[in-house]
Design a protein around this ligand. Structure first.
Ligand code: NDP
Length: 476
């Protein structure tokens, strides 16, 4: 075989990834379960580079030079396992199988172990940036063995997005690490989107501003600390007018958010690891609440509001307060996401470099933002930083906005505007910085009803009090 890399699964993502490889000068073997997609790729994009199409999996595998590098880009779950089972008997020791779909990381861990037993490398790889990213340069998060990265890394770095000449692709860590980091990326994306939506709602209700006016505010914000792909597209979306009705597009879209599940996976894993990712969790639940139609119908017009109208005396000051609150809440959501990466890295022995993760998210992906440079810098200052929020830069930036953040959250509460992500992020900020938490009372209660024991502030050891007896304290 002569092809340097192969792609099987040629729907939107696989097709564009194959074209991206070809445009970078690689000879690309292409295959799809049904041949129609392969044919259409050759017919429509065959002139973009060197493609070697195959109808059968056996011909596809035979067209690859060794060690073979096969990218699987099919529907995640069962279809990925089906393709792997078809592929494995055709491969030889040392070949590399890359799953670039949105696999759940426990599946990737299982597949990596199974393929290792066959002498094959399995590289679960996060790819972000959607259809356009796949073609023009995505952010790529490869896991698997470091040996496989030696061979595969240069090719993936070549086709990835570049920021200041640096590829948005690096080795993440063993087995499921790449897909794990992609999952947390998506979780952070949920939080970022929810925070932006809350800021929009506050501006709408506080100022009575139109969608187009709010779009202009976001456009201005995109020139400062908040500069990011999501803020940029939000400005575009808010300025968009529905052709049919002439109304602001956002006003004619049904307000029930859907999800494909990566946010849910992120929250489920955070519960397993015991990491408080309140920003991502609130964002995931806010989507669920929006879709809770029977509950919303039962509540509208029935639940009393008792609200105080928004009193925005100074329009510009309010806009700046919302901007500062958005930035502070965003820092909290990222800080929590990076905590989750650190916890999983410790749990699974992945040794993930968090600064490098922020670096490869700067371009190509949905959460790409100027502010990620600041995160990389923070981890460069201290690789084992226990709390991103407490890094000198972020502590300063958030501290600078904390009064505004409190004003916004309290005004929203008085006016009855739901801000689950803004408010829970502020509660997290106050919780994590508190010198003493009421968790002491929780421990006392637990010891009272379940003899669960407690530790003391003034001496070492574990104790239990005889609550039903003489209330004497014993070492436990
Ligand atoms: P889809 O997820 O819609 O999957 C369609 C592809 O899967 C087709 O090539 C189809 O082949 C193939 N397929 C489905 N079932 C099987 C099976 N049992 N055996 C073999 N092939 C099968 O395609 P996308 O391009 O949207 O996404 C591909 C992967 O990339 C997914 O895992 C997705 O989660 C992930 N991803 C998608 C992003 C996006 O923006 N869309 C972004 C990042 C990752 P056939 O043509 O024969 O039906």
């Amino acid at each position: 075989g002569t092809a340097q890399i192969g792609v099987t699964g040629l729907a939107v993502m696989g097709r564009n990834l194959a074209r991206n490889f070809a445009r970078h000068g690689y000879t690309v073997a292409v295959h799809n379960r049904s041949y129609a997609k392969t044919r259409s790729l050759i017919e429509e994009n065959g002139d973009e580079g060197a493609f070697v199409p195959s109808e059968s999996m056996a011909d596809f595998v035979a067209s690859l030079e060794r060690p073979r590098k096969v990218v699987i880009m099919v529907k995640a779950g069962g279809p990925t396992d089906a393709v792997i089972s078809e592929l494995v008997p055709l491969l030889d020791e040392g070949d590399i199988v890359i799953d670039a779909g949105n696999a759940h990381f426990p599946d990737t861990r299982r597949r990596e172990a199974e393929l290792k037993a066959h002498g094959l490398h399995f590289v679960g790889t996060g790819v972000s940036g959607g259809e356009e990213g796949a073609l023009l340069g995505p952010s790529i998060m490869p896991g698997g063995s470091r040996d496989s990265y030696e061979v595969l890394g240069p090719i993936l770095e070549d086709i990835s997005a570049k920021v200041d000449g640096t590829p948005c692709c690096t080795y993440v860590g063993p087995d499921g690490a790449g897909h794990f980091v992609k999952m947390v990326h998506n979780g952070i994306e949920y939080a970022d989107m929810q925070l932006i939506a809350e800021a929009y709602d506050l501006l709408k209700q506080g100022l009575g501003a139109s969608a187009a006016e709010i779009g202009d505010i976001f456009r201005t914000w995109n020139e400062g600390d908040l500069e990011s792909f999501l803020i940029e597209i939000t400005a575009d979306v808010l300025s968009h007018v529905d052709a049919e009705t002439g109304q602001a597009f956002v006003d004619i879209v049904l307000d029930q958010a859907e999800q494909k599940g990566t946010g849910r996976w992120t929250v489920q894993n955070a519960l397993d690891l015991g990491v408080p990712i309140t920003g991502i969790a609130e964002a995931t639940f806010a989507r669920a609440l929006s879709g809770s139609v029977p509950q919303r119908t039962a509540a509208v017009g029935v639940l009393p509001a008792e609200t105080t109208p928004f009193e925005v005396a100074d329009r510009d000051a309010f806009i700046e307060d919302v901007r500062l609150a958005l930035y502070a809440s965003k820092v909290v959501a990222y800080s929590q996401g990076f905590d989750q990466i650190a916890a999983a890295s410790a749990e699974f022995g992945w040794d993930i470099d968090r600064g490098a993760m922020a670096r490869i998210w700067r371009g190509g992906c949905i959460i790409r933002a100027r502010f990620l440079n600041r995160i990389t810098e923070a981890y460069e200052r201290e690789a084992e930083l226990p709390l991103l929020l407490a890094d000198e830069y972020f502590a300063g930036a958030v501290g600078n906005g904390v009064a505004a953040w409190r004003r916004v959250v309290s005004q929203a509460a008085l006016a009855g505007v739901p801000t689950p992500a803004f408010s829970s992020s502020l509660a997290y900020y106050d919780g994590v910085r508190a010198e003493r938490l009421p968790a002491s009372l929780i421990q006392a209660q637990r010891d009272f009803f379940g003899a669960h024991t407690y530790r003391r502030t003034d001496k070492h050891g574990t104790f239990h009090t005889e609550w039903s007896g003489d209330r004497a304290e014993h070492d436990a």
